[in-house]
Design a protein around this ligand. Structure first.
Ligand code: ZN
Length: 217
């Protein structure tokens, strides 16, 4: 990514037009030699992976949205305003700055959908398998060299490499295996509580057309 030394992004928050301030510069989960800068909007809480150009909001949101038979629309995404998001901060497993530019919370999702003429009718955060995975992986991120190591290694996005890289790869597997049990023992009940209080790791945002109540937009 670019301009890691600047305090602000060169484009505004796509949800509300506020300034995006530099939040964290993390190691790239795939390539530890690279660093990725995330900016954050202090108004709506949207976190945005920094790049030269502004994020393509439609290209990022469309895969998250599905239309329901009753005419409403549903957006499902990791919830930055979750227990795991609060615990993890810049090391939250829901942050995948190498794969996505936009990291949402309910407020930023509401504003982005409003720009499409959609009105949010309900936000829910259930006790889901993905929410539990995010919580456990967030704990693991405190111990491994690379964030989100398990998910990336299982998906084949990280390979063993050579030399020192191979040892780090082995160590990340070993640490993940050792810490997984305690992390799940502690994290899963915590995620259950978070989900019950609207702070689950995954949010489902229901929306309808702001004028007609249907989604014909
Ligand atoms: Zn914003």
């Amino acid at each position: 990514m670019s301009r890691a030394d600047e305090e602000e992004a060169r484009y505004p928050c796509p949800a509300d037009g506020s300034k995006l301030y530099g939040w964290t510069a993390a190691h790239d989960p795939i390539d530890r030699d690279e660093r990725i800068v995330l900016d954050r909007c202090e108004t709506c809480g949207l976190a945005v992976t920094r790049a030269v150009t502004p994020p393509d909001v439609d290209a990022e949101l469309d895969p998250l949205i599905r239309r329901l038979p009753d005419g409403s629309l549903e957006l499902t995404a990791p919830n930055r305003r979750s227990f795991s998001g609060g615990i993890g901060g810049a090391q939250w497993a829901g942050l995948e700055p190498d794969r996505r530019r936009l990291h949402l919370n309910p407020e930023s999702a509401r504003l982005l959908l409003a720009r499409r003429g959609l009105e949010v009718s309900e936000v829910s955060t259930g006790f889901t398998a993905e929410g539990r995975r995010l919580m456990v992986q967030t704990f693991l991120n405190a111990f491994t060299f690379r964030d989100n190591f398990l998910a990336n290694a299982r998906a084949g996005r990280i390979e063993a490499g050579t030399g020192g890289g191979r040892w780090i790869y082995r160590l990340d597997w070993l640490v993940s295996a050792l810490v997984y049990g305690p992390a799940a023992l502690f994290g899963v009940p915590l995620e259950a509580v978070g989900a019950a209080f609207g702070r689950g790791g995954v949010m489902v945002v229901r929306a309808v057309d702001a004028r007609t109540g249907s989604i014909d937009v």
